[in-house]
Design a protein around this ligand. Structure first.
Ligand code: ARG
Length: 462
């Protein structure tokens, strides 16, 4: 068994039980906080120096030591191989002491691992938010590119997964663009609350050294300092918010994935995935399976699980720090990894998607998607909408029995149902007209969609 490097030598005379040591340890997963913790440690060291708690010589030694650890982490492949460190914080401290000697033992003055870990988590989450925001933007771009390339293609719109009314394919793309726009906004709002410095709260009561916390915050790019030390060391709301925003992104991606999976089926046949993002079957030679999108749909469950893990871990925890909180990391890391992968893969899928114009338009022209246009036509002729709806319904029933679309009925047949119907009905029932009439803000008319695409591009370029 390895000699374990505890941070609490004095009070303890015996070694920890091996099984407990492993159970207690977070190093294997929290080493991802390495860079964040180094940054926090450098800032703390500068704070101690500015407050004259440590002298400039020690401060320089400590900062150089930390920087050199950062460099080693990049150049030495076995740098992180360590089976005795309890967590990344003790790993850094013990390696710093190894590197620079006694000056390293002064770094932990006036701080605790409680404010240290909270700080590192916030620095890490802030960078994760920036990464995810970039991934969201890239996916939004792919949606706009796809919409513009296929600007005049019409697809059926569905409610209850029953054909409802025809819409422009670009309008469908823009629907997902809007979901992602809200996701991006949410990430930006959360970032403000993540970006608050807990360092200086020490274990729970606040540091007893005259550290200028605002200066430390500014150095680390934080927008402010936490107002209450008890809260600051035990607050993981920012983790919950981050994972919650991630979960909602996954919800959106799973809906997009489901639409793509459906539309790639032979039954719908509106899309085809390129070989780059599909798989075949080991037995059925004809198959092209949308595994990429199925995995995105399936992985949403992991992120919802991460959110529930965090909420239940925090529920009823007494103030202030409790070791339960060590469980925050894997949930946050897993949510980030999953969402980031899913955003990237979905972007690639969209770049490898072809829209099958004929199939989409055939499907949009069959199945009475223009029945509402018929009712609207009658309403424009002065029939009350309720009556118009009833007349149109009867015409649909009649057409269904004859096995034809409404516009294939003769004018004389149509007039049996209402004398208000004239020759202009056929124009009104056409695919082009049914789209053009949806010209209020947010509608699927070509004008509105062009406008929306332009606005979306501008918003992205801002
Ligand atoms: N590994 C611990 C965590 O992630 C660091 C904080 C430990 N603090 C303590 N008082 N034991 O939460």
């Amino acid at each position: 068994m390895n000699e374990k490097k505890n941070l609490w030598g004095g009070r303890f005379t015996d070694q920890a039980d091996e099984t407990f040591f492993k159970f207690n340890r977070s190093y294997d997963f929290d080493k991802r906080l390495f860079q964040a913790d180094i940054a926090g440690s450098v800032a703390h060291c500068r704070g101690l120096e500015a407050a004259n708690v440590i002298n400039t010589e020690d401060s320089i030694q400590i900062q150089d030591g930390l920087t050199s650890l950062l460099e080693k982490s990049r150049s030495q492949t076995d740098f992180f191989a360590d089976d005795s460190a309890e967590d990344i914080h003790s790993f850094i401290e013990s390696n710093l002491i190894k590197q620079i000697g006694d000056a390293g033992r002064k770094l932990h003055t006036g701080r605790s691992r409680n404010d240290q870990v909270a700080t590192a988590m916030r620095i890490w989450t802030r960078a994760a938010i920036d990464d995810l925001s970039g991934d969201v933007t890239n996916l939004q771009k792919a949606l706009l590119d796809l919409a513009e390339e296929n600007i005049d293609i019409v697809i059926p719109g569905y409610t209850h997964l029953q054909k409802a009314q025809a819409v422009l394919f670009a309008h469908w793309c823009l629907a997902y663009f809007e979901m992602l726009r809200r996701d991006a906004e949410r990430l930006a709002e959360i970032r403000k609350r993540v970006n608050i410095l807990p360092l200086g709260s020490a274990a729970l009561a606040g540091t007893s050294y005259p550290i200028d916390r605002n200066a430390v915050a500014e150095y680390l790019g934080f927008e402010g300092v936490s107002r209450n030390s008890l809260d600051a060391v035990s607050d993981r709301d920012f983790c919950v918010e981050f994972v919650s925003a991630s979960a909602l992104i996954m919800t959106h991606l799973s809906r997009l994935a489901e639409d793509i999976i459906l539309y790639c089926t032979n039954e719908f046949g509106f899309f085809e995935l390129s070989d780059a993002v599909a798989t075949g079957s080991s037995i059925m030679p004809q198959k092209k399976n949308p595994d990429s999108m199925e995995l995105v749909r399936g992985k949403s469950g992991r992120v919802f699980g991460d959110l529930i893990s965090l909420l239940s871990m925090l529920k009823s925890l007494p103030l202030a720090y409790n070791k339960d909180m060590q469980e925050d990391k894997e949930a946050v890391f897993d949510a980030f990894d999953t969402v980031s992968d899913c955003l990237r893969v979905t972007t690639i899928v969209l770049k490898n998607l072809s829209v099958k114009r004929e199939n989409a338009e055939r499907a949009s022209s069959k199945g009475y998607l223009n029945a509402t246009e018929l009712a609207d036509y009658l309403a424009r002729k002065g029939v009350s909408f309720r009556n118009a709806h009833e007349i149109a319904g009867k015409i649909v029933l009649y057409a269904l029995e004859k096995g034809v679309e409404i516009e294939k009925l003769r004018i004389s047949e149509l007039q049996e149902f209402s004398p208000e119907i004239g020759e202009d009905i056929f124009g009104a029932l056409s695919l082009v007209e049914s789209l053009n009439t949806k010209n209020a803000i947010g509608g699927t008319s070509r004008n509105r969609v062009d406008e929306a695409l332009k606005e979306a591009r501008n918003a992205l370029n801002k």
